[in-house]
Design a protein around this ligand. Structure first.
Ligand code: PLP
Length: 391
């Protein structure tokens, strides 16, 4: 056997797309697919959105890359908008979710160091968590499988049961620097923090001098019907990581922080060559142009409700197919009775793209600007899959 030129680190479906338009993708063989996966919560506005295409091509004609040795006006604009619309006072730009999390992990630790608490260098993380594939984020994540054979792993993470505030408070020691959790666990199976959990984290953190960081790589950028998911709670975090949907398909990551936390990383203490380059900033600013328009989030919530109502009807019609529906906005998880990979494969055959997650969940992550027509089409495919696979 000969290895493929593309390193075979993924189990890919035998399908390649040559173009996209709105929520549709067209395969090389001419088949059309309705994309309710959005490249794993990335294509916030679907494919080839005219405003994004224009912003990116206009920027491409001017300058692609200058490095962070110089000011980048697109960064200044995007950062100001993120600051204006969130808890944050300042933003660091990078290229991916894992990188945003790494920056956050460094900031959590170094915040304590510059505050005279070098002994506080451990971070509380949750069961069922996913934070990326770098060594640090793999260690913060839950899955042993993803770490197998990659040791030695970095030290400094202590794990508590997601959603359990008593266990979290008991796990805080004089060495704890901060808390890192996803407000809704994505890869873990669209598991929402219980009511009051985020506020409880804030309270515990304030009591013990810790920082709270949310991994909003999957939940951010309008996915739940708010710009960031923490806005559904009554608290404010110290840091959030963002990526995926932020560039609408162009790689971009960001760490949003309070001024207090960000003082831990003065000039020279963290960096990246590509982070926040002019192309990435053009794409991300164009995404914000659309999703910050008044009323945009209303569509996310309205489509979410339509999908939920439709899934409830399918569950009644085909017992033995949908076990549970969970999530918020257009970050929805359908726990299925048949295996989720069989359901994803059947839906794909029926022309609907979805994404599996942990706990036998099929994720529905459509572009945020879908309309009722697209929802009806997706529900018809799910109904057909249920008729074929219900047990
Ligand atoms: N954090 C969360 C919550 C994620 O869902 C992901 C990706 O799935 C990551 C981090 C890692 O992001 P990236 O793949 O861009 O490094």
């Amino acid at each position: 056997e000969v290895i493929t030129p593309v390193m075979p680190t993924y189990a890919r479906a035998d399908l390649a797309f040559e173009k996209g338009e709105g929520p549709y993708l067209y395969a090389q063989d001419g088949r059309r697919f309705l994309d309710f996966g959005s490249g794993i919560a990335v294509n916030t506005l679907g494919h080839a959105h005219p405003h994004l295409v224009e912003a990116l091509t206009e920027q491409a004609k001017k300058v692609w890359h200058t490095s962070n040795l110089y000011r980048i006006p697109g960064q200044e604009k995007l950062a100001a908008r993120l600051v204006e619309n969130t808890f944050a006072d300042t933003v660091f730009f990078c290229n991916s979710g894992a990188e945003a999390n790494e920056a956050g992990i460094k900031m959590l630790r170094r915040y304590q160091y510059v505050s005279g608490h070098a002994e506080k260098n451990r971070i509380l993380v949750a069961t069922n968590a996913f934070h990326g594939r770098t060594l640090g984020t793999l260690t913060a994540g839950y899955s042993d499988k993803y770490r197998e054979g990659f040791g030695p792993m970095p030290d400094g993470f202590d794990r508590v049961a997601f959603g359990n505030l008593n266990e979290l408070r008991d796990a805080i020691t004089p060495e704890t620097a901060g808390i890192l959790v996803e407000p809704i666990q994505g890869e873990g199976g669209i598991c929402k923090a219980p009511e009051g959990y985020l506020e409880g984290l804030r309270k515990a953190a304030d009591e013990f001098g810790l920082l709270v960081m949310f991994d909003e790589v999957q939940t951010g950028v309008g996915r739940t019907g708010k710009l960031y998911a923490y806005e559904w709670s009554e608290m404010k975090p110290d840091l959030i990581s963002s990526a995926k949907g932020l560039g609408g398909g162009f790689p971009v990551g960001a760490l949003l922080a309070t001024e207090r936390a960000a003082q831990a990383l003065p000039a020279g203490m963290h960096g990246t060559t590509f982070g926040g380059n002019p192309l990435a900033m053009a794409a991300a600013n164009a995404v914000l142009d659309v999703i910050l328009k008044p009323g945009f989030m209303d569509n996310v919530l309205a489509m979410s409700q339509l999908i939920r109502d439709g899934l409830a009807a399918i569950a009644r019609k085909h017992p033995g197919f949908i076990a549970e529906v969970r999530g918020m906005g257009l970050l929805l998880g359908m726990k299925t009775v048949p295996t989720n990979v069989d359901v994803v494969a059947k839906l794909r055959e029926l022309g609907l793209l979805t994404v599996p997650a942990g706990d036998n969940v099929v994720r529905l992550l459509p572009p945020l600007n879908i309309t009722k027509t697209h929802v009806d089409e997706a529900l018809a495919a799910i109904d057909a899959a249920a008729a074929a696979l219900a047990q």
